[in-house]
Design a protein around this ligand. Structure first.
Ligand code: BES
Ligand code: MN
Ligand code: MN
Length: 457
């Protein structure tokens, strides 16, 4: 008799052909001209779920991109898993530095290259293929499963909160499961037990009522680009510590245990240099690299623009300058309070020669998952089975707004079982997903679903 995992190995080529079809749909949620592609990807995913034997699969409308909901509820009395993933992807164009077409996936060296391979279509596929492998070999599945696939994760999950709230009965379950994060290194299975939250804001600085000739007025008008640069520069001190008073007041203090376990996370300066290519390390000297990316909040200017940025030159003093900023929050920080701290800081650092305004876009708090939740122990055993060693627990710097929403609105623990690797190039050119991780991911998922009923009665 074929075991589910043997089935997965025997069918790997078929799985990859199917995944390739999914990856070829450029479901870029940020770009309005890809709106139809986003829907196409949703329809593809729903149809695929049905083809695997799920008993229901629908593309459900929201005020933004649609949500895919699918289910198989043939295990009465057994726990129900809510699996969340996202089928939207980040923008990608060949000219950004891709070696292959981002939406024509290529398999090389046991890796699949293309936009969405690791973030997150490839990881969603792990669970669909685990389901298929178990169904095809045993005719049934050990738990009830509800699949929730979002099409707006990469643009901040704006419409997911109302969707989850208004479908709380449909989405009722016992455990949330997400594969949209990564491991520290190959062979080092990792469970993320904390994600950072996010506050998005914009600072506008205005001066003259329209652009001015820089020859006629230069030297007498405070240039909004200069003033905004000074404001932005004041957000950190010379050592890289955040200089906004009140910003970090509520930051959750790490327990002695967490300090110790973070210090054992194998993330070295050398790895940092290889991954980033930046010439030197920067940032708050009071914390280690790993603490800075998981356990500390940040303020990052994602975009800075004002005046003329086209070809050649245009000699003006611009009327307006803009900074697009996101802050990563750690647990206990309140997005609104953080925003107000920045608002006060900007007001205090705005000279009388210009006006400034800070606008709140959205906010999501950070979260920690209780490592002692029984479902966590199931995940630990599942990794132990597939990787031959227990996973490391780590705090992750990225954000997945849905995780917080699932916990708040559905009241369930959410397990972050991610299989990405540090060199997967998420959001960057040449995104890839290791096929070894794909196979191990399927094996881990099969084991997780198999073990869950024993732990959750
Ligand atoms: N999968 C990532 C988040 C992530 C990355 C978690 C690496 C763990 C490790 C997700 O798709 C993402 O990019 N999230 C955005 C959310 C934002 C747009 C609200 C992020 O973190 O910037
Ligand atoms: Mn993702
Ligand atoms: Mn992403």
């Amino acid at each position: 008799m074929t075991t589910p995992f043997e089935y997965a190995l025997e069918n790997q080529d078929k799985f990859l052909r199917e995944l390739t079809e999914f990856l070829r749909i450029p479901s870029i949620s940020a770009q309005p001209h890809h709106k139809e592609d986003v829907r196409k990807a949703a329809e593809w995913a729903a149809a695929h779920c049905l083809s695997l034997g799920m008993t229901r699969a629908e593309v459900m409308d929201t005020d933004g991109h649609p949500v895919v909901y699918a289910e198989w509820l043939g295990a009465p009395g057994k726990p129900t898993v809510i699996f969340y993933g996202h089928y939207d992807v980040q923008p990608a164009e060949l000219k950004d530095g891709w070696h292959t077409e981002p939406f024509h996936p290529v398999i090389m060296d046991d890796k699949i290259f293309g936009r969405g391979t690791a973030d997150d279509k490839g990881q969603v596929f792990i669970h669909l293929k685990a389901f298929e492998s178990v169904m095809k070999t045993t005719g049934t599945f050990p738990v009830n499963i509800k699949i929730l696939l979002e099409g707006e994760e990469e643009v901040g999950s704006i419409h997911l909160r109302p969707f989850i709230k208004s479908h709380s009965e449909l989405l009722k379950g016992d455990v949330g499961l997400v594969s949209d994060s990564g491991m520290l290194a190959p062979g080092l299975p990792t469970i993320v037990y904390g994600l950072r939250g996010l506050v998005e804001l914009e600072i506008y600085v205005t001066g003259p009522h329209h652009d001015l000739h820089s020859g006629a007025y230069g030297g007498t008008v405070d240039n909004p680009n200069h003033a905004l640069s000074r404001i932005v520069a004041s957000l950190h001190d010379a050592q890289g510590r955040i200089a906004v008073s009140g910003f970090a007041d509520d930051v959750r203090v790490l327990s002695a245990d967490e300090h110790a376990s973070i210090s054992h996370v194998p993330f070295t300066e050398e790895m940092w240099y290889v991954e980033t290519g930046a010439p030197a390390i920067w940032g708050d000297p009071d914390f280690t690299l790993k603490e800075r990316t998981g356990a500390r909040p940040t303020i990052e200017v994602n975009g800075l623009f004002g005046g003329y940025t086209g070809d050649g030159s245009k000699t003006i003093i611009p009327a307006k300058a803009t900074a697009k900023i996101t802050c990563r929050l750690v647990p206990n920080q309140n997005p609104q309070k953080v925003f107000e701290a920045i608002q006060r800081h900007v007001a205090a650092h705005t000279p009388p020669t210009v006006h400034s305004e800070v606008s709140f876009k959205r906010g999501e708090p950070g979260l920690v998952v209780d490592p002692n939740d029984p479902a966590m122990q199931v995940a630990v055993e599942a990794y132990q089975h597939s990787f031959g060693k227990a996973p490391i627990f780590t705090l992750e710097g990225g954000s997945i707004p849905a995780v917080m929403m699932m916990r708040e609105s559905l009241g369930i623990p959410v397990i972050l079982m991610g299989f990405g690797l540090p060199d997967d190039n998420l959001h960057a050119p040449n995104e890839k997903f290791s096929l070894e991780q794909f196979r191990l991911g399927i094996q881990t998922a099969i084991e997780f679903y198999r073990l869950l009923p024993e732990h959750q009665k």
